[in-house]
Design a binder for this molecule. Structure first.
Ligand code: TYM
Length: 331
């Protein structure tokens, strides 16, 4: 059976983009595949985090994933740093990856901005660790949002170069599973910026633990324009905020965007915002309630992660042992 692998950074509370772009699909894929879901705490420290933030966010994310429907009995949920196979393979991949490949990564350029010299080396080699995450499990299916597309292409380049350089057929090809709707949910304050759990403005995103009142308020305040909804998607091309709200609505109610646009055509945003708030509250608030309940039981969350790490080790350690033998390390 093909194996699914995906990860999320414990850098805040999961937001609507994480949910629609990734988590919701992870839950669905559990019906058909063996799945491994990882809280990537090694990736999280590529930017500054206090120990309390990292620990708290890791537990919050575990709670949100469980509350969303991740099943830790049938599948695997753990935190990355607990499985040393990640860093062992990442080192080998750091020596396979070419600097030119890393220089092309748009996410590094966005995160480092103009202050490149002051960022960590970890942030720069982040994509090589991400490739190791996936290949350590020989996973072939990777459900992610659109922003991870370039990293997955790089993971394939790295796997192929390893296979080529060592004359083996060891790491398989990876396929990204990117949803048709809401693969890139945008900020509620700026339709040209991605919704992100690390954005300084909490008004820019819906978090999975938001209350009904918070959701209603954030959607009411979401940036829009004063024009009515047009008849077709094409007419939304220059209206990123309008397009974003309608796309979120389509994704959350499970409709095609074109049908949603046709449905609201001719109406103003008051109407869309009220329907969208209702739909979001129905889906998100029960997840938040369950996540809060789980967050009160830290011992349970820690046990789930430890047991997950044990299962993860039993798969990844033998694969990375083999990769190290291929490289020529004496064992
Ligand atoms: P992260 O933590 O930024 O996001 C987790 C998942 O959520 C998706 N996502 C979005 N989808 C739609 N709209 C958005 N606004 C939005 N924001 C985030 C992301 O695409 C991702 O699927 N590098 C990864 C974590 C990672 C990983 C891996 C993923 C580490 N190793 C191996 C897959 C396989 C990241 O930073 O995700």
């Amino acid at each position: 059976m093909q194996r699914v692998f995906s990860g999320i950074q414990p850098t805040g509370t999961p937001q609507l983009g994480n949910y629609l772009g990734a988590i919701r699909n992870w839950v669905a894929l559990q019906q058909r595949y063996d799945c491994v879901f990882c809280l990537v705490d090694l990736h999280a420290i590529t930017v500054s985090r206090t120990p309390a933030q990292l620990r708290g966010d890791t537990l919050t994310q575990a709670a949100c994933l469980l509350a969303s429907g991740i099943d830790p009995e049938k599948h695997i949920l753990y935190n990355q740093s607990a499985v040393s196979a990640h860093t062992r393979l990442a080192w080998i991949f750091n020596c396979v990856t070419r600097l030119g490949w890393l220089n092309r990564m748009t996410q590094f350029k966005e995160k480092a901005g103009k202050d490149r010299e002051n960022h960590s080396a970890g942030l720069y080699i982040y994509p090589s660790l991400m490739a190791a995450d996936i290949h350590a499990f020989k996973a072939t299916l990777v459900p992610v949002g659109d922003d991870q597309r370039q990293h997955l292409e790089l993971a394939n380049d790295i796997g192929e170069k390893f296979n080529h350089d060592y004359g083996v057929d060891f790491f398989p090809h990876i396929e990204g599973l990117i949803p048709a709707e809401a693969a890139r949910v945008m900020s509620l304050r700026d339709g040209t910026k991605k919704m992100s759990k690390s954005d300084i403005s909490a008004q820019s995103r819906i978090e999975l633990t938001d209350s009904a009142d918070e959701i209603r308020l954030k959607i009411r305040r979401a940036k829009t324009d004063s024009d009515a909804i047009p008849a077709t998607i094409a007419e939304l091309a220059e209206r990123p905020e309008a397009l974003n709200l309608l796309s979120i609505h389509a994704a959350i109610v499970g409709e095609k965007l074109e049908n949603v646009v046709a449905h609201f055509s001719g109406q103003g945003f008051g109407h869309v915002k009220s329907a969208l708030s209702d739909a979001l509250i129905e889906k998100i608030v029960p997840i938040g309630d369950e996540a809060r309940r789980l967050m009160n039981d830290e011992a349970y969350l820690v046990t789930v992660l430890r047991q997950g790490a044990e299962k993860a080790r039993s798969i990844a350690e033998p694969i990375v042992d083999e990769a190290e033998k291929i490289v020529g390390f004496i064992r």
